[in-house]
Design a protein around this ligand. Structure first.
Ligand code: AMP
Length: 585
């Protein structure tokens, strides 16, 4: 498969023909001088002519801003085109050019699938605390003012490559990815997800860049706007700041380093401020993630400037991070050898220099979208249902509690096909206390099962094991009291193991199998939480839904209609003893 990757700017069009399976760059080039006279279609036509017989199976478009809507690559149709158009106000310089490229490619290659890959997508789901600006929330909501972040394709590429290189699942790692180029951003990656990043609503925020200021007191912005007008202030902050503004020489670090070596004060200041800002973010993100396993440096500066890497990474032993200066000095990366590890031998945190390859990542994303025929690769969020304490009865239990031959009275179907809540209620009686009006769920089962939360166990004075539904053998004893009699169960009392019901189609979409254990993140609320040890249960009879108990729901402050996102690859639960409430205390 060959993917034509297009990166369209307002005045230039970069292209690469990439084989996503091998990573081979079949052709690459750039057309400059686009404008009103020379359209994007004019630029693309000779490129396609030059590719000639080299078959293009799909076109991948780098799109800078996907707003909140796009969390993954998407096949482009008219609706997607309109949605990208709707993001123009968020990226007025970039999205119109990206759109022009898409329109040109659709016109010239009408039968070839077109896919958009967004710089923002990797960050869209970052936690609310990280994406929210401390301004009036009504104003923020009305204007869509939030952190979006950029360089997502690069951060995603290097973090996946690094995890594979060190032979550990990305889901186990806390990573700081530093993309240091003419545009620069830092990203904190936990469980393979962006949990914070330095660029914000726009790419001006964060690190010092070639010509952009990065973090700055908004008071300065206001003062500049007052004096120079909004356009004047924008020009200063976007094009006359950063390394250019600090050094007074250039946005090119090579020129700045040469001048600094000759004693140029502005150049020395530029280097010092740049490195200081990156260090600050590195420390901050280690704190955000509660630790650090891996630091990645990429982009023109990260890949090539050993001196800048040394300045950024010196005196970080307290974090467990230490680099070998000789190895750092010699480190070279390129497409063939994209990784160089520069950690000192004793370092706990590993530090890698990585050649980013956004085009390859885009080509892979395109192949995934086109290959599986889906318009969106993103598996849907998992609806979460909260199970209050409840009872399942067998025939004998029904007879004892509600009278011989009595039948359940369904009052409400449950989400799982064939299951229903019943009018019947019982009292659970424990050595310390009792809980009345506990709902019976139908239909009748082969054996009785009582599911309670840890808090219920305190009330009852019992100690139940965490078990999957149906696995009651050897679980805790309990007494049930019904209108016609009392039922003593030798076992049957459990605290339910949190689980996801999945239809086989869902399991395939998520890449998991029955019995797998996964992590599910609940974000966007006031108490974001990642649930580990979630067991996947797959059956033709199941509808997609995660089940947790009331304690778990309260811990995550879930509201009705909540959904979670599957985080990690499935993992095998390490052998450990069976947990009960008492064994945990
Ligand atoms: P990018 O935007 O990723 O292409 O990165 C461009 C930046 O990388 C510019 O500031 C260049 O000066 C810088 N850069 C590229 N090669 C080197 C090098 N050998 N030493 C220092 N900086 C470099």
């Amino acid at each position: 498969m060959k993917i034509l990757v297009l990166n369209t700017g307002s005045s230039s069009l970069k292209y690469q023909l990439v084989d996503p399976a091998t990573g081979q760059r079949v052709r690459a080039g750039q057309v400059e001088g686009l404008g009103s006279a020379h359209s994007h279609a004019d630029a693309l036509r000779p490129i396609l002519a030059e590719l000639g017989s080299a078959r293009v199976d799909a076109v991948g478009h780098r799109v800078v801003h996907g707003g909140e809507q796009f969390v993954d690559a998407v096949r482009i149709d008219d609706a997607v085109l309109s949605a990208i158009e709707a993001c123009v106000p968020l990226a007025p310089l970039h999205n119109p050019a990206n759109l022009a490229g898409i329109r040109a490619a659709r016109t010239l290659l009408p039968d070839v699938p077109q896919v958009a890959v967004f710089d923002t997508a990797f960050h869209v789901r970052m936690p609310r605390r990280a994406r929210t600006y401390a301004i009036d929330q009504g104003l923020a909501a009305q204007r869509g003012l939030r952190r979006f972040g950029f360089h997502g394709t690069s951060h995603r590429f290097v973090s996946a490559l690094a995890a594979a290189h060190i032979g550990r699942p990305l889901s186990d790692l806390r990573v700081v990815s530093l993309h240091l180029g003419n545009g620069a951003s830092a990203c904190a990656i936990e469980h393979g997800h962006s949990v914070d990043t330095s660029m914000g609503l726009t790419p001006i925020e964060g690190l010092v860049m070639g010509t952009r200021a990065g973090d700055i007191d908004p008071g300065i912005v206001l003062a500049l706007a007052r004096e120079l007008g909004v356009d004047g202030a924008e020009k200063v902050l976007n094009t006359q700041s950063g390394l250019t503004g600090l050094s007074g020489i250039s946005n090119d670090l090579r020129a700045i380093q040469a001048a600094a070596a000759g004693g140029h004060d502005g150049a020395r200041l530029a280097i010092a401020v740049f490195a200081h800002r990156v260090r600050k973010y590195l420390g901050a993100y280690a704190a955000v993630m509660g630790g650090l396993d891996l630091v990645l440096l990429t982009g023109g500066i990260g890949e090539n400037s050993a001196e800048m890497r040394r300045r950024i990474l010196q005196r970080l032993d307290f974090l467990g991070l230490s680099i070998d200066d000789d190895i750092n000095g010699d480190a070279r990366v390129n497409d063939e050898h994209p990784i160089a590890e520069i950690s000192a031998e004793h370092a706990r945190v590993r530090t890698l220099v990585i050649a980013t390859n956004e085009e390859l990542q885009i080509a892979r994303d395109v192949a995934a979208v086109v290959g599986d025929g889906k318009s969106v690769r993103q598996p849907r969020p998992i609806p979460i249902a909260v199970s209050a304490r409840h009872v399942h009865l067998d025939r004998t239990g029904m007879d004892v509690l509600f009278g011989t031959g009595s039948e359940l009275t369904p009052i409400k179907p449950l989400s799982q096909p064939g299951q229903f809540a019943c009018a019947e209620q019982v009292t659970i009686v424990g050595p310390r206390g009792r809980i009345e009006r506990v709902r019976v769920l139908g239909p009748l089962r082969k054996s009785c099962q009582v599911e309670v939360s840890r808090t219920d166990e305190f009330v009852l004075g019992v100690d139940a094991p965490i078990r999957q539904s149906g696995h009651t053998k050897g679980s805790a004893p309990i007494l049930l009291d019904g209108p016609r009699g009392a039922l003593r169960l030798d076992d049957g009392l459990i605290c339910a193991w949190r689980h996801i019901h999945m239809h086989p189609v869902d399991a395939e979409a998520y890449g998991v199998a029955d019995g797998d254990e996964v992590e599910v993140a609940v974000t966007g609320g006031p108490r974001d939480l990642v649930f580990g040890d979630v067991i996947v249960r797959v059956s033709e009879q199941f509808a997609l839904e995660m089940h947790i108990d009331t304690d778990e729901a309260n811990a995550a402050e879930l509201s009705p209609g909540a959904a979670g996102a599957l985080l990690s690859e499935p993992y095998t639960r390490p052998e450990r003893g069976e947990a009960t409430l008492r064994s945990k205390r």
